[in-house]
Write a protein that binds this ligand. Structure first.
Ligand code: AHR
Length: 801
């Protein structure tokens, strides 16, 4: 056989055939119930999501801890004044603070001012009439006089000013409020004085009004966008943020509670220091404000670049148990009392705990998980413990450990098409198997900074999750926030600077789906609208860690016509890509025990054909593979038969998805007849004339899902049209009792001219939903599904039969 290392180019033929689609929704045929925690959110301080984002603090580097120099602070002097500033590490406010600012004013006059100013997080947003609350710590030496706090333009124009009459020689807290008299989205904050002497400053904090008027609270318009998503839970505080680059900069909850001046802050692994002003208590408080269940992620002793000894992991376990006591414990317990002292006597009642983040790779994760699981369940038997199972690279994660897990956390960051292809992913999961939390997912490839194409891909995937809410109990997109000045990860749902905000199309899909969700799936059938995909490509044979023989090849087209008859029997026509292949007397054998050995033969251009052959495994611990639809080594289908399983797999751009997963083990060590019948929308697989698998390969033209809210009788129908054509669609509502009265439907549509369209700070609403009321619909109605669109119908049933 010829050994060909060059890939041959495939001739891809595909066409679409469809008649006007008709979508039947039968409200009497109830399916899977929707999990009460189906849609949630995942918050992590990445891209300045908390500090310089959701956390409303306006002063950057407020504790002077960020660098060896006073980063973001500048000296204010005039020709008649002289002053200097430096970082001081002695005589500090308390042991949580490692640095403070020393400001020495050497020369001044009563009509002048010297001092320092802060630029905030890429500008401070000053709004006319808005009240700002200032607090800071200071002490002085040889200083007699007042200091002034002000909001001002970069050029020095003052918008608000407050006077502090004197500064003590010992550390003392000073507070004041002021109201701005103008608008400026790139303003500064300043502390100045007309006096001379030395001042020390620390924890200089300035807040605008906050969400729900909380002290040390959140930027209202950003928090409101979270609330608008109607999340049923919130996973926090990360992500990699929990793990840290090294264990030294992991999230340590005990250092994030109490007075802000007692929080040391830490350098997070996303490249900046966080104040931890938005700490454990504030996260729990936010969950309560959002009416979302808290889902806390704990570190199990693993960071990105190091880990501890898992046999000596008590500190980490105790830390997790203490966190639970803080959130859930009685006020008579040590940490329950601390929670009460911090203003929340009522328990927060955490019910979900994730043990580690993306730690499935190793470092004895299984043992660590088990330690945590056992101890947590002992004290909190009802706690839902979530295990890390996936993500990067694998499409079909499995939990390889014997330890119990209440939910497995899968993460996916892929292309729009990958997500569309996963519409049926959860249909094949074992109904009695482990339940899933898709803790992080997003289109991150080929999608700009978050375009319509990404939103469409995610919408189809979300429909698949809704249909399988008995398996996928929870899901959350990631990440949520990005300050446009420090984009470490893209895309993110909510983009902002100091004064402006815009959401990606993906945000609108999240919001739309979570706000239009019933309590139970109802049957939705879309029989007419299938696109026919020809499974053209080469056919082939393969082995994995096994040797095998293959013979009696035949390909029969429509009407029993033999195809490729000459080629099949011409040894030189085979392309042995990997392995040691020989053909003697019509028997083709592969004789190494290597991985993924593969040989292919000519392209099939027919859409309907039967591929037959005989197969026998001769040695090895794995099995044989029958290849078809082979376009290149990154794109093909295979039937994998062996002692380790019997699966139908698809490789798409190098990523494997298992389309049919069975635990049947077939070690074929006797000659076995194999037949694969490829039809336009279905493939049938036979072993020794027994049908073993049926694979539906028709690609829906429209993607659909439907749910009913049994309390309100609202019916929700979701239709995604990922094609470039508007599609006129008929709808038929079966068993839907309108009691003679016609009702109106509300249709919300997200679409735009181009799939690449995105929103921006300048055009925040370019891709945003529009609402149409369709009056007087009957049980049968028609509607145009716009090209590249996500549509949600909300129909109020007067009663359901
Ligand atoms: O969402 C961004 C990051 O992606 C998360 O921190 C991490 O869990 C994942 O790798």
């Amino acid at each position: 056989m010829k050994l060909l290392t060059v890939l041959f180019l495939s001739l891809t033929i595909s066409f679409s055939v469809y008649s006007q689609p008709k979508i039947y929704v039968d409200v009497n045929q109830k399916g899977v119930r929707i999990s009460p925690t189906h849609y949630g959110i995942f918050f992590e301080d990445i891209n300045h999501a908390a500090d310089g984002g959701l956390y409303a603090e306006l002063i950057r580097n407020r504790s002077f801890e960020d660098a060896q120099t006073p980063e973001c602070w500048s000296l204010i002097t005039t020709q008649k004044t002289s002053a200097e500033m430096s970082i001081e590490t002695k005589g500090l406010l308390n042991t949580s603070q490692a640095k403070c600012l020393k400001l020495q004013i050497n020369k001044n006059t009563p009509d002048q001012e010297a001092g320092v100013s802060n630029t905030g997080y890429w500008g401070i947003n000053v709004v006319k009439g808005r009240k700002y609350k200032l607090s800071f710590f200071a002490k002085s030496l040889n200083f007699n006089g007042a200091v002034f706090a002000s909001l001002r333009s970069k050029g020095g124009k003052v918008y608000a000013k407050a006077k502090i009459n004197s500064i003590d020689t010992n550390w003392k807290k000073y507070t004041c409020t002021f109201i701005a008299n103008a608008n400026d989205s790139a303003a500064c904050f300043a502390i100045t004085t007309p006096s001379t002497g030395t001042l020390w400053l620390d924890v200089v904090s300035l807040f605008p009004p906050t969400f729900n008027n909380r002290e040390n609270g959140l930027r209202p318009e950003l928090a409101q966008l979270l609330s608008d998503m109607n999340p049923t839970f919130m996973r926090f505080p990360g992500g990699c943020f929990v793990e840290g680059d090294t264990l030294k900069n992991r999230f340590e909850w005990k250092k994030t509670i109490g007075k802000i001046e007692e929080r040391p802050g830490h350098k997070n692994l996303w490249g900046y220091r966080t104040t931890d002003g938005m700490g454990y208590h504030e996260f729990l408080q936010l969950c309560e404000d959002l009416h979302a269940e808290p889902l806390y992620v704990v570190n199990v002793g693993i960071a990105h670049k190091d880990h501890n000894d898992y046999t000596n992991n008590n500190d980490y376990l105790t830390d997790a148990l203490d966190a639970l006591e803080y959130a859930n414990g009685d006020i008579k317990t040590k940490y329950g009392a601390l929670r009460a002292a911090n203003g929340h006597p009522k328990p927060f009642n955490i019910k979900y705990l994730e043990i580690g983040n993306e730690n499935f790779k190793g470092d004895n994760y299984a043992q660590r998980y088990e330690q945590f699981y056992k101890e947590i369940k002992k004290r909190y038997p009802e706690m839902i413990c979530i295990a890390n199972v996936v993500a990067w690279g694998s499409d079909n994660p499995v939990w390889p450990h014997s330890a119990q897990a209440d939910l497995l956390d899968e993460h996916y960051y892929r292309s729009p098409q990958w997500f569309i292809n996963q519409y049926q992913k959860y249909d094949t999961y074992d109904r009695n198997g482990m339940k899933i939390y898709v803790g992080e997912y997003a289109v991150t490839k080929n999608c700009g900074l978050g375009n319509l194409d990404a939103a469409i891909g995610e919408a189809v995937y979300m429909q698949g999750m809704e249909k399988n809410s008995d398996i996928v109990r929870m899901n959350s997109y990631a990440p949520i926030f990005v300050n446009v000045h420090d984009r470490k990860w893209s895309p993110d749902l909510i983009n902002f600077n100091a004064s402006k905000v815009y959401c990606t199309p993906s945000y609108y899909v999240q919001k739309l789906f979570a706000n239009n969700l019933g309590t139970v799936n109802v049957s939705v059938k879309d029989t007419s609208c299938t696109k026919t995909n020809i499974l053209n490509g080469a056919i082939g044979i393969g082995t994995n860690l096994a040797t095998a023989e293959f013979s009696d090849f035949s390909i029969t087209g429509k009407n029993g016509k033999s195809l490729l008859i000459d080629t099949l029997h011409n040894n030189n026509a085979w392309f042995a890509k990997v392995g040691d292949w020989h053909t003697i007397n019509g028997v083709c054998s592969q004789s190494t025990l290597g991985k993924n050995c593969l040989s292919t033969i000519s392209m099939i251009t027919d859409s309907v054909y039967a591929y037959r052959l005989k197969v026998r495994k001769t040695s090895g611990k794995d099995g044989v593979q029958i290849i078809f639809g082979y376009k290149d080594n990154r794109n093909y289908y295979r039937w994998n038969i062996g002692p380790n399983g019997n699966t139908i797999d698809r490789y798409y751009n190098g990523l494997k998805s298992t389309l049919i997963l069975t635990s049947n083990k077939n070690d074929i060590n006797k000659w076995c007849d194999i037949r694969i019948d490829v039809n336009t929308n279905q493939i049938l697989f036979y072993m020794d004339n027994q049908l073993t698998h049926t694979l539906d390969i028709s690609t829906p033209l429209l993607y659909t899902s439907a749910t009913l809210d049994e309390k309100t009788n609202q019916l929700y129908i979701k239709v995604v049209n990922p094609t470039d054509n508007d599609i006129s669609t008929d709808f038929c509502l079966k068993n839907y009792n309108m009691k003679g009265a016609k009702v109106s439907a509300q249709l919300t549509t997200l679409c735009s001219d181009k799939l690449t369209d995105e929103n921006s700070l300048q055009t925040p609403q370019k891709v945003s939903p529009t609402i149409t009321i369709i009056p007087n619909i009957d049980k049968e109605f028609s509607c145009k599904m716009k090209r590249n669109s996500v549509n949600v119908f909300k129909i109020a049933a007067s009663s359901v039969k």
